[in-house]
Design a protein around this ligand. Structure first.
Ligand code: ZN
Length: 307
């Protein structure tokens, strides 16, 4: 079975508590994992997703309370777009009115764009025929209107050719359409997280990473063998070298800087978020990898209160 598309998006937030309030309450995503940044265990790593936390629905954050704001520019992931049912446009327009929501048409679909409390660019794309997909009902958001995973991401790049070649050759995407300076790449047969839009913006200042910026974009690999083949192709056909594989507990990852300077990751689908706590209570307790468990008391004492 081919499993292509986006695995997760990881961004930088300011306050962890404000981040949780916005994503879990205002947008109604499920907090599927409450852990720490394995490379910086004094800060949280919060994972939001659908009920099961399946790949293609996962938006994660490093909340750094005192992070300076990022600056938009070339060489970054500019916007993260979720799927909503076509009949839910009115519900979300009303709900997000305070976020200064803007409505537009892109590639024939209605899109509502807005920003999160840290200035991160988000959007909801209205997709026909997805009403019956399983959904996580959260608080005052009925399941019928719930977000159904990622629709797409858009990358703003100095030049799109080399990045497009990596998407097509390594990650199973193909250029599908162009509109208003954006080229849309689709992973055939992938409904959730199967679109990457590339916008070429020659001459722009480079982006500066900070609060509200996306840190990296992860693509799916079904398992280690598929990931290893992607790594081989990146080196052989594109001259790109990845890091060694890192065990992230919920997936195993390699990282590389793609030709347009966005940090890409390749993450395995297995083992998923139920590896260290039951499905029913995902995200409720602070979970640490084995190598950090001996430091739990110290870590808990420096993490901010979430609620
Ligand atoms: Zn990642």
């Amino acid at each position: 079975m081919t499993r292509n598309g986006i695995h997760h998006v990881t961004a930088i937030a300011g306050s962890a508590r404000r981040n949780l309030d916005f994503y879990a309450r205002t947008l109604g995503l499920r907090l599927v994992k409450r852990t720490v940044n394995f490379d910086d265990p004094g800060s949280y790593h919060l994972y939001y997703g659908d009920a099961a936390g399946q790949p293609g629905t996962i938006l994660t954050f490093f909340p750094w309370e005192h992070a300076a704001p990022g600056r938009a520019g070339a060489g970054e992931l500019q916007e993260t777009v979720f799927r909503i049912p076509e009949g839910s446009v009115g519900f979300w327009t009303h709900r997000l009115i305070e976020q200064g929501i803007e409505r537009s048409q892109r590639f024939g679909e209605t899109v509502l764009s807005f920003r999160d409390p840290d200035g991160m660019r988000l959007a909801l794309a209205a997709v026909p025929g997805i009403e019956a997909e399983p959904a996580w009902a959260a608080g005052d958001i009925p399941a019928e209107h719930a977000i159904r995973g990622f629709h797409s991401v858009s990358l703003m790049l100095e030049d799109i050719a080399a990045t497009g070649a990596v998407l097509s050759d390594v990650f199973g995407f193909a250029a599908a359409a162009s509109e208003g300076g954006v080229t849309r790449f689709r992973a055939e047969g992938t409904a959730i997280g199967g679109i990457v839009d590339l916008r070429g913006v020659g001459g722009f200042l480079p982006a500066r990473l900070g609060r509200g910026s996306v840190h990296h974009l992860a693509f799916r690999a079904a398992d280690d063998a598929v990931q290893a083949e992607m790594v081989r192709k990146l080196a052989a056909n594109h001259g790109l070298r990845t890091t060694e594989q890192k065990d992230r507990n919920y997936f195993r990852s390699v990282y590389f800087r793609e030709p347009g300077h966005v940090l890409f990751e390749i993450a395995t689908d297995d083992p998923g978020f139920a590896v260290d706590e039951p499905d029913a209570s995902l995200g409720e307790a602070l979970k640490l990898p084995d190598f950090l468990e001996p430091q739990r008391a110290a870590i808990e004492s420096v993490l901010p209160e979430l609620a």
